[in-house]
Design a protein around this ligand. Structure first.
Ligand SMILES: [Mn+2]
Length: 551
């Protein structure tokens, strides 16, 4: 059961789309126009901050100089989908568009090198350059990482190499003394990489598809510049998808047309991330760089396998973590176990936070210095909380909604004590109540295909631009059916006056135990879905929550 937070009530004099935009803070004519007709890439490019445009030029000149001098170039990324896409974009630009052979892609392996730019990853990437017969100095370009790597950059420069940092993560007070720093926090690492590629003269803007994938998987708000990237990226993915993305969708049994941000978030993203979580992330990079369709399918198949392993491990670990005392679940869940796989703890924390609607800390205690991952809920700033116990951690970083840390195993009981005390003082029961944000309360009788078509103008949906949620009151239940292979979905026929609407409540059994029967009157919170059947288009409700109305 959720507390419904209805943003606004229906006004029949105004269009539904207008009312939704207004309730989301997009109020003026111009803002609405810009939202409904996202401008071109170059519109945003021209409006980038001056400092960023300047640093892009610096970086471009350094790269061009290195190319004309024959200096080997290392594109150094990170092991998540954003880091991998960022590498693919810049690597392809330098190799294929600029035709420069001496460029090497490097993605750290979290188990061997740790995360981001590190002493070990610098060594390993230089080894790669040397093993290809290059000696002397190199140019390092970091993508999606490096903005906090003050010491590592010193080390690179001291050894006589040059280094360009490109990143979007939070800027520290002390910046690394690199030869150029390209930083922009309004987009993902892959888009920063794309901006640099455009500056280098990239013509093949199809690489924007990777920026689009990364924007969704890195959970960036799909607004402003990102909205343009995602919209154009989806067009590319639907018209002429990059081979690797196409292979992943095919292997996962998804159609390669009508691809939405949902497919990128739930199908493509997890498979690109899986290899970095459980073994070697270079498999995902291989997929993005492969040009042979048969090979591409083989790699996609392997990634699919790794993703299944990852799913099994997540379920296993979640089962261990779920052995919480059901009577009183702590306000901040803490679960630690030596059987927890380091690459999966974030996924388990996120499931716990979602299921119990409270912050969750999951620690893999296999090593003396244990790794922890944290997920929070709206309204509880978890990084702020953890910073109050900073001395307990050997490293700590993150955002209000998610964090990661390392901790000595012996200090975990102290962390547990701190979390208990912190939640007692700072987290009220009220903060743990589930809230359902509803855009607009509408009479169900206005629902039709025309409305659905108008709502399509709000696409693509994602973070910061969720699919509109409506509420309709006092609907009569005229039919109830349990459906689905596992008999876990509820199918309803609802009547508002003489308007009949079909509604589906997925995984109903998980959420709601109480009975609903024919003759009941209910209030429903829902999104709308197009349902084509026998050549006719129906507009169905996808239920988010149901309230029984006392009669
Ligand atoms: Mn990133």
């Amino acid at each position: 059961m959720h507390v419904w937070e209805v943003s606004s009530e229906y006004n029949e004099k105004e269009s539904v789309v207008d009312q939704i935009l207004t309730s989301r803070g997009i109020t003026s004519r111009d803002e609405k126009e810009l939202f409904l007709k996202p401008p071109s890439f170059s519109y945003w490019f021209k409006r980038l901050p001056k400092e960023l445009l300047g640093s892009l030029k610096e970086a471009r000149d350094l790269i061009k100089d290195s190319i004309s001098e024959g200096v080997p170039i290392i594109v150094h990324g990170d092991y998540d989908a954003d880091g991998i896409c960022a590498v693919a974009i810049l690597y392809k630009t330098i190799k294929e568009e600029l035709g420069y052979e001496k460029v090497y892609a490097f993605i750290p392996n979290r188990f061997e090198h740790g995360y981001g730019l590190s002493e070990k990853s610098i060594e390993a990437s230089l080894d790669k350059v040397k093993s290809n017969g290059n000696h002397g100095n190199a140019l390092f370009i970091t993508v999606d990482t490096g903005i906090t790597s003050v010491e590592e950059v010193k080390q690179i420069v001291k050894a006589g190499h040059k280094v360009i940092i490109t990143d979007h993560h939070q800027k520290p007070s002390e910046l690394p003394l690199a030869n150029a720093v390209v930083w922009y926090d309004q987009v993902v690492g892959a888009t920063v990489s794309f901006l640099l590629s455009i500056s280098l003269g990239l013509k093949n803007t199809d690489l924007m598809a990777y920026s689009c994938v990364a924007t969704i998987t890195d959970l960036q708000p799909v607004l402003g510049f990102n909205r343009t990237i995602v919209k154009k990226g989806l067009e590319i993915i639907n018209e002429k998808p990059p081979l690797g993305i196409k292979s992943l969708l095919e292997i996962a049994g998804r159609a390669t047309t009508g691809v939405t941000t949902g497919d990128l978030g739930w199908v493509v993203g997890p498979r690109l991330n899986a290899s970095g979580r459980v073994e070697d992330p270079s498999l995902a990079l291989d997929l993005l760089l492969e040009k042979d369709p048969e090979e591409s399918l083989k790699i996609a198949w392997k990634l699919n396998q790794v993703n299944s392993q990852r799913q099994d491990k997540t379920v296993e670990m979640f089962e261990i973590a779920e052995e919480l005392s059901e009577e009183e679940i702590p306000k901040i869940i803490l679960s630690h176990n030596e059987n927890y796989h380091e690459g999966i703890i974030g996924l388990v924390a996120s499931r716990l936070a979602k299921k119990y609607h409270r912050p969750a800390v999951v620690i893999s205690t296999l090593e003396e210095v244990s790794k922890g991952s944290v997920r929070s809920i709206q309204g509880i700033n978890i990084i702020k909380a953890l910073r109050e116990a900073e001395e307990l951690f050997t490293s700590l970083g993150g955002h209000p909604m998610a964090a990661g840390f390392s901790i000595k195993r012996e200090d975990i009981p102290k962390l547990q004590k701190f979390l208990e005390e912190y939640s007692q003082k700072n987290i009220t029961e009220d903060m743990l109540v589930r809230k359902l944000a509803i855009d607009l309360s509408i009479p169900a009788k206005i629902i039709d295909e025309k409305l659905l078509n108008k709502l399509d103008l709000l696409r693509p949906f994602g973070m910061g631009n969720r699919e509109p949620v409506f509420a309709s009151n006092k609907l009569n239940v005229t039919g109830v059916n349990i459906v689905g292979k596992q008999q876990n979905h509820l199918s309803l026929r609802l009547l508002d006056g003489d308007k009949l609407i079909k509604a589906i409540y997925f995984n109903y059994a998980d959420y709601q135990k109480e009975e609903i029967s024919t003759g009941d009157t209910i209030n429903v919170a829902y999104t709308l879905k197009r349902n084509e059947y026998n050549g006719r288009v129906y507009t169905d409700m996808v239920v988010k929550d149901i309230r029984g109305v006392e009669t």
